[in-house]
Design a protein around this ligand. Structure first.
Ligand code: GAL
Length: 511
């Protein structure tokens, strides 16, 4: 139910906008126990003839849960367990609710009851199965240690924060911030005018003693004009080629290591009626992500660094070559790439419908969550051997956090080894500290995490642009837009000219 993507936050604002009398009227209605194959949207259709009215069910159920815990608390509307008790509002209440629904003014706090210890509003975009499984491990620790605090998972769906970042910025500007929110280590913090809207966390990191075990490459990324605003939770690898071993075996195709081999494999797979590569696009970042990996794989680590640091011009013929490789690669992908997102793409590999998918290792979180570790493995994308694309997620505390103490306690937990181990074994990333013990992870996953940690320690580290670490936000945005346009018009000349202008805009004159 992609469309009904998450959003405790939107649900929150819903209720915030409702007159009090209407909120209390929600207690009328009937109870319902979730059956196999139910989804909130299906139920909304069944009861109200409107799939979007799932918001009303979510609202009514959470209201009921505040008074009677036998009702489920719905944090993520995409994940509703069989057997959960829901409250279905009356038709009239549902209609009234939907009539006031306005996603423009999120006020998460107004939605949920406050615990004796107040609330903790956690802004993020982790709503997919694997993403939520990861962050939920951190929530479990927080809730066990601070049972009086009402922790609110304010997830705004859209991979790589495509919808979250703008919504979060709006809330900061409107003076209605989350307590903590997720962001990438690195230049992404600039998007949020850190001096104005964020609280430095240097003292928390120092007190937690975490600086001694934090990788140097990560530490370097975190400092912004002398301060740190992000408490890192993990290190994702952005450049992985996920591989369905069953399909390769069936087609008698070996894992390709360079572009030539990749295109040969593509032809061989096509000849057997197998989609060679899965690709998504609807979260807005997937095309740019793939090109960033193909670019580095084509031009090599050194030139790639030069392109992003002003020492190699974007007019370089190797960039043209990268665009060609990219275009040919897109011809190896599923025809419905325009209508699936990154989750849909990795699911094609998981479900034996495509042989490869180039995506960061949050895709491994989906592989784990879907119990597919037996037939989905990992390889280096063509030409990417020896490079580790660094993507690190962390949390910031807002300057005007409504619950500052709860926020501090949350990020303190984030620094901890136990929290990072619990989170990362589900998320697909390695810890943001060097002392995690991957031997404690479930046996079927250890090889991936150990390999990733070993590569991180020895490979060339490439901070990834598409995920906020390698370039200023405006350049990141332009790069993604250029590539997305190229993915449909395939005009290499136009794309390369646009790259040149974007680099100039970012302050790197192109000769
Ligand atoms: C990345 C983020 C990952 C994962 C992915 C897809 O930007 O670092 O944690 O969430 O987006 O949403």
């Amino acid at each position: 139910m992609k469309k009904f993507l998450m959003i405790a936050v939107l649900f929150a604002l819903l209720v915030a906008l409702l007159p009090a009398s209407l909120v209390s009227a929600q207690s009328a209605g009937e109870d319902y126990t979730v059956q196999a194959d139910d989804s909130l949207s299906k139920l909304a259709d069944k009861f109200f003839g409107d799939i979007n009215a799932y918001w009303a069910i979510m609202s009514a159920t959470n209201q009921a849960n505040a008074e009677d815990p036998s009702y489920v608390k719905i944090e993520n509307p995409d994940i509703i367990e069989v057997g959960s008790k829901l409250r279905i509002p009356t038709q009239e209440d549902a209609q009234a609710f939907m009539a006031t629904f306005d996603p423009a003014n999120a006020d998460v706090g107004a939605l949920f009851a406050s615990g004796a210890g107040g609330q903790l509003l956690v802004g993020n975009w982790w709503t997919s199965g694997g993403e939520f499984a990861g962050v939920n491990e951190v929530y479990k620790i927080y809730r066990a240690e601070y049972p009086d605090v009402e922790l609110i998972h304010a997830g705004i769906a859209g991979g790589a924060g495509t919808n979250f970042k703008g919504a979060n910025l709006n809330k900061l500007i409107a003076g209605d911030p989350f307590d903590v929110f997720m962001l990438h280590a690195g230049l992404e913090a600039e998007l949020y005018s850190p001096e104005k809207y964020l609280t430095p966390v240097d003292d928390i990191l120092a007190e937690a003693g975490v600086l001694d075990v934090m990788p140097e490459d990560l530490k370097a990324l975190l400092k912004i004009r002398g301060n740190t605003y992000t408490v890192p939770l993990n290190i994702h690898r952005g450049n992985v080629m996920w591989t369905n071993t069953r399909l390769l075996e069936q087609a008698g195709v070996a894992v390709p290591t360079n572009f030539e081999e990749f295109f040969a494999a593509c032809d061989a797979l096509k000849a057997k009626g197998i989609v060679p590569m899965a690709q998504g696009s609807t979260d807005g970042f997937e095309f740019g992500h793939l090109f960033e990996v193909v670019l580095a794989g084509t031009v090599g680590a050194e030139k790639n660094h030069g392109l992003w640091h002003g020492t190699v011009p974007w007019s370089d013929p190797s960039v043209t070559q990268a665009l060609e490789n990219y275009s040919k690669m897109l011809d190896c992908t599923n025809e419905d790439r325009g209508t699936v997102n990154w989750v849909g793409a990795i699911k094609l590999v998981i479900n034996d419908q495509a042989a490869f998918n180039i995506m960061g290792d949050w895709a491994y979180g989906e592989v784990i969550n879907d119990k597919a570790t037996d037939h989905v493995t990992w390889n280096s994308p063509p030409g990417n051997q020896g490079m580790f694309f660094l993507v690190s997620d962390g949390f910031a505390i807002t300057k005007e956090a409504p619950n500052p103490e709860n926020a501090r306690n949350f990020v303190k937990i984030i620094t901890r080894k136990d929290a990072q181990e619990a989170f990362n074994q589900n998320k697909g990333s390695i810890c943001a500290r060097t002392d995690c013990d991957y031997n404690t992870f479930p046996a079927d996953r250890q090889e991936y995490f150990k390999g990733s940690a070993a590569d991180f320690a020895t490979n060339t580290i490439v901070p990834m642009v598409t995920h906020g670490s390698g370039a200023i936000p405006t350049w990141q945005q332009q790069f993604g837009d250029i590539v997305t346009k190229f993915a449909s018009d395939r005009d290499a000349q136009a794309a390369q000219n646009a790259f040149i202008l974007a680099a100039e805009d970012a302050g790197f004159p192109q000769q």
